[in-house]
Design a protein around this ligand. Sequence first.
Ligand code: AMP
Ligand code: ZN
Ligand code: FE
Ligand code: FE
Length: 282
Amino acid sequence: MLIDLHTHSTQSDGTQSPADLMRSAADARLDVVALTDHDTTRGWGEAARAVRDVGVALMPGIEISCAVDGVSVHLLGYLVDPLDAALLGELEHARASRRTRAQRMVERLAPDTGLTWADVKEQFGAETTIGRPHIADALVRRGVVASRDEAFASYLASGSKYHVSHYAPDPALATRLVRSAGGVPVMAHPFAGARGRVVDESVIERMADAGLAGLEVHHRDHSDSEIGAGLRLADRLGLLVTGSSDYHGSGKQNELGENTTDPAVFDKIVEEATSGTQVIRP
Ligand code: AMP
Ligand code: ZN
Ligand code: FE
Ligand code: FE
């Protein structure tokens, strides 16, 4: 059984539509794939409609952008009720703030790069959760940088003078929201220092107190020592351990199935959900 519990589509900053992503999951011989777009569940329907055709089960999920003292934390929420009012309110707040933030970043970038909001708007659809990768794609299109990676290493880095942050809830609050929406919260790439500052263990303890179910320990942004620390922390706090690719299509190097989750852990996540949202099986 190959189970990959973290991927992105064009509903956020992935480069494939949900249906194309499902086809790629079949090509990668996955048995289960979770669609976990940033701050939106809008891709679920299209992905679900592809399940029978491609023969891969869909775990409906989301990756919620959170922050503590300016440090970004990502929370995966599996099998939430997509219509839960409290969760939707928080997501819409973050999504609106992401749009304003992108516009402010473009204002800062314009004098030095010639970038316009019209350039960036071409990179996403009406319902897309807007992120720095869309600004990166516009910079690539303009010939300012060669790739998303190059954009993130320069103009879009969190310490860059062009960077602006957006509203994001506290991760313990988001953990409670996922639980109250009947879902199962798992902290994404908890120790991924390669992508910027990370929170210390006291924040993860607060999330555990708020109902956290698991840690995504097996992820390409973790070093061997970070994996070791993650396994020890999960053991100490009684949390499940997952592994996933965090696939973004051609927007990142991550390949489907490069990290996977144990079937017994997958079963526990499914058992813990109370929302009525279900895994869609072929
Ligand atoms: P944002 O949420 O708008 O602050 O942008 C962060 C997102 O950009 C994360 O979800 C990452 O998946 C993506 N990202 C971060 N670094 C890179 C990179 N070097 N290349 C491509 N995408 C990246
Ligand atoms: Zn992303
Ligand atoms: Fe993430
Ligand atoms: Fe992700």
